[in-house]
Design a binder for this molecule. Sequence first.
Ligand SMILES: [Zn+2]
Length: 489
Amino acid sequence: MQRTHLRLAILTFLFFSGLNPYSLNAQVSQRSAGFGIPQNPPLVGDTTALALEAQNWLVDLIKINTTNPPGNELAAAKYIAGVLEREGIAAELLEMTPGRQAVVARLRSNVIADPSRALLLVAHMDVVGVDRSKWSVDPFGGVVKDGYIWGRGSIDDKSMLAANLAAFIALKRGGVHLTRDVIFLGTADEEQSGDASIKMVIAKYWDKIASGYAINEGGQVVLKNGKVQYVAVQVSEKVSVNVELTATGKGGHSSTPTKDNPVVHIAAAVDKIGNYTAPIHLTSIVRRYFEGLASLEDEETSKWMRVVDTPDRGEHAQRYLSDASPMWNSMMRDTVAPTVLEAGIRANVIPSEARATLNIRLIPGDTIDVFVNDLKKLVNDPQIRWNISLDGGFAAPNSSLDTDFYALITRVSAQEFGGVPVLPFMSTGATDSAQLRLHNVQAYGLRPMPLTEEDQRRVHGDDERLPMASFAKGVDCLVHVVAEFAVNR
Ligand SMILES: [Zn+2]
């Protein structure tokens, strides 16, 4: 009998005999090792049934509309608490601001608690809004069809909420001995990073989530032509800061235009800023990412990736890579995108004020004052006032590539996805991880669900959807990562 058949037979037996076949310490497949040397048995069994259960949680969570603003995370928090309580796990709702809650639960280790060893599984419950007219399905209907789970949050970030729940519950069901506390956290207000966000959890309830390690969104498993290409583990992220420009003038009747028209001044400024390219700033993480990616790209791209940091050919390489991908461009430099314009009330009135909002994404370590000064010089217009928003993000240190946990994530996800490269990654978007890293947590972005570029683009867009098979694979990977890190073998 082949090993896989034996394993299936045992699983089937356990299932019908009422025993839990997914018990983490049910060591159902004792691999026969060569020369009688015993190998470590796998910690987890088949996760197929667990993934199906988790898919139902994901569908239910999609049906709870947590569009932020206003968020309405309380309904999702209560749902999650209900799932946990059915497993005999006490969950606690943490009030962030009146009416907005996070949800937290803990599995205790069998040794004296040491927060610096604890593992935090974090995902956010809120989602961004939708333009219903552009969707082909109800974005909050929890539709499952054509092999996909459809809906706002199906990827970002309810897929991680459900997968984290699965990994957490697998530990509880397994009755395993934990070597560290494992904490589940569902956060609110991530999409606006406002007063109800993880900042508030840290400020008010740090003792509930104090940990040395975390798994969060921010990573990617890149699927191309039906094959997983590589796994990107997010260890760093760019910093988002908004700047508002205000042009003022006298205003008046549009039949007698003057040179101080604020609309013209703001338009000229936006034109210059929109065409500005900041100097290159390659971080160690981005260099490592290009190094790893070079082996997977076409000949031309990989040639330039390999010399991106050289004095003679670097400049050309940087230009080539910037042109090839907006993401690579943004990984190599600070960027600025004008996003909002406001001016005017009537066709025949020159307004006395016009405004533009700029969203700036800084490479961690670069400072907003320096960047804005460069822009001011470029615009060189005394009629324009600059106001740097105070609620911008904070630059956090990278998570370390030298921890045992990073090594474990690399090993397990490579195994899971057929030996593909696992690369450290700096995301151009912001996540809750920056706040955790600022509090000494080694946070790793791992969304272990293979996605094509096309499906990845639907995040925050129309018809967001997650392949069912990718979700099941992601649950499997996450269960293995968490079990291998936290279970005493
Ligand atoms: Zn997200």
